[in-house]
Design a protein around this ligand. Sequence first.
Ligand code: NAD
Length: 309
Amino acid sequence: MPRTLVTGGAGFLGSHLCEYLLQKGHEVICMDNLITGRVGNIAHIRNKSFTFINYNVTNYVYVDGPLDYVFHFASPASPIDYQEYPIQTLKVGSLGTHKTLGLAMEKGSRYLLASTSEVYGDPLVHPQTEDYWGNVNPIGIRGVYDEAKRFAEAMVMAYHRYHKLDTRIVRIFNTFGPRMRLYDGRAVPTLMRQALKGEDLTVFGQGSQTRSFCYVDDLIEGIYRLMMSDYSNPVNLGNTEELSILELAHLIVKLTDCKTKIIHQPLPDDDPKVRKPDISRAKAVLSWQPKVRVAEGMQKTLEWVKRII
Ligand code: NAD
């Protein structure tokens, strides 16, 4: 039975990944300090192959026994979170990546970094291909997250080239689904919460900025395929259905049949104007592409949001 560590395993994506790995027959160690995650995301997992360790991975990381795979997912990920925890975000992307790479070296594990489309910043190339180097403001409010992930990618490639560690890098584009937090500021849960509570829907700027939203189940399958592949360069994973934020708000109004209005607020600094993955590489290397249409994923997420509200 493969033994696998998931850092950030009590978060939105990490908890789905833990469940997926358990289904695939892995023994899973979930390590998380709960800074933005919740025990509630994993409390329902009843499996003797699952262990939770409450730990901050910016410190020296040790795990007893053999370890076949390390998935490094720990990091605050929404703009509200990483602006509330700027230093912790920089530390988990830098020190946390270093410590978990060290663990993978010691155990001879294969290592996967959860990177992000934010390494492309406010992109000058559209859609974004993996060979685009990005347009990031290092000292802007988003810099703590974007630069931490860029550093993390550099660190992973250094371990790959210098220590010959078997590594993977996934650049995740906006992903949504059950277990997102309703107050973490990300567009999908925020707009759904507002619509269901009868509040006005807030859209930043004119809402013409675009995002491409991938349903969580598709993403997790792609991540697993990448880990099991033999491909070490970064791979974009995301949905290519691009929506403006205003279109997203209208879709949520339609799905919820809400009667409230859409109001506009000032655009935050350095907000990317466009975001859409080129997934040719994922198609070629992993035979992967999303299966869940955006509207279908939104419907599933909405049912979950309704339940928790
Ligand atoms: P999340 O906040 O729900 O999950 C992150 C988890 O990491 C949380 O449980 C948090 O408590 C934990 N964590 C943070 N710092 C830690 C530390 N020092 N030690 C131990 N645990 C720590 O966010 P998410 O959306 O699930 O994101 C997971 C990963 O995927 C992140 O690395 C993020 O950068 C990446 N990502 C997510 C998206 C997305 O759309 N959700 C997009 C791009 C990249």
